[in-house]
Design a protein around this ligand. Sequence first.
Ligand code: NAD
Ligand code: GLY
Length: 346
Amino acid sequence: MKKVTVKASQSYEVIIEKGILSRAGELIAESFKPCGIMLITDSNVSPLYADKAKRSLEQNGFKVSTFVFPAGEESKNSDTLVKIWSALASVPLTRSDMIVALGGGVVGDVSGFAAATFLRGIKYIQIPTTLLAMVDSSVGGKTAIDLPEGKNLCGAFCQPSLVICDTDTLNTLPKREFSCGMAEVIKYGMIDRPIIFDLIKNGDIDDTVFECVSAKRDKVEEDEFDTGVRQLLNLGHTVGHAIERLANFSLSHGEAVAAGMAIITRYAVKEGLCPKEAENKLIEALNSFDLPINTEREPAELAKAALNDKKRRGNSITLVVPMGIGKSELIKKHPDELEEIIRLGY
Ligand code: NAD
Ligand code: GLY
C-alpha cells in the first residue's frame, strides 16, 4: 500500500493500492466513527463498483444511501447539484455524516461541491476510478460545477477527508479515458518530475499514480488557494481549455490539454526557452497514448476563447512555459500577446 499525506488546511491521506475498494469501509472506519454516508456515483461506474463499495461500508457500520446521476460532463451542472442537495436533505444527512464520491472527475467535482455547501459543509471522501481523477482531480480540494457560460465557473476549495485509489478499477476504463489521464500524468513529467517519463514506459501504474499525487501534494501544500506555484499544474490548460470549449466538448479535457502542452512547448522551443529534445520527448510520449499534438482551430479564435477563461487576472495572463523536461515556469504576458504565442506554437 502506498500513501501520500497532504497537509493543507485539512490533512488527509491518499491511499493507492490494487483491489483496495473492497476494503474502503475498513479504511474509512480507521479514522471515522460509523455515520450516515451518501455514496454518489454515475451511471457507468454504479453497475461496476457501487455494490462493492456499499457492501464494504455497511460491513463496517456505515448507513449507506446512494445517488446515481447520468455519466458525463453534461451532468456537472446546477441541476445535478440541486438533486444531490435534495437527496442529502431527504435522508436526512447531518453534519456528522459524509459523502463518498465514487467515480471520475465529474463525480468528484460535483460531489465535493455538494459537500462544501450542504449544511455549510460536511465531510467527503474521494474514491477516484479514472486515471485523471486519481492523479489530479481527487487531490487538492478544487470542487466545481459548469455553467452554460463555461466550465468550472462555480465552485469552492474544500479538501477531502481521505482519498482511496484502487488502481484495479482502471482495468474497466475505456482506452480513450485512460489516455486522457495520461495527458495529466505527462504534464507532471514536464512540470517537475522527469522520472514520470520512465515510469510510463516501464513502471507499475501504482508507482505512476504515487509520483503524480506526490507532485500535486507539493504544489497544494505550498499554495492551496492557487495564487502561485499551484498554477504550474495548469501547463497546457490555457490553450487546452480554449480547444475544449471550441470543440464543444467533443474533445475530452485530457486530449485538449495534450494539444495545449504541445503548442506551448513548441512556442518555448521557437523562442529559445526550451531545448528541442524536450519537445521531442513530450511529443513521443503524447503519441504513444494517441493523444493530439495540435488543433485545426485558428490562433485568433483560440486566443479569444482562452482569454474568457476564469484564470485571467486583470490585464495580464499567466502562462506555464516549459523550460525543459521537468522544469516549467510561470510567465506573465499581456493578453494581446497570446495569439502570436499560439501561432508560434502551431
Ligand atoms: P469523467 O468523470 O466524466 O469520467 C470519464 C468517463 O469514464 C465517464 O463516462 C465515467 O462514467 C467513466 N468511468 C469512470 N470510471 C470508470 C471505470 N473505472 N471504468 C469504466 N468507466 C469509468 O471524467 P474524468 O476524466 O475522470 O474527469 C474530468 C473532469 O474532472 C472534468 O470535469 C474536469 O473539469 C475535472 N477536473 C477537475 C480537477 C480538480 O482539480 N478538481 C482537475 C482536473 C480535472
Ligand atoms: N488541476 C489543477 C489544480 O488542481 O490546481
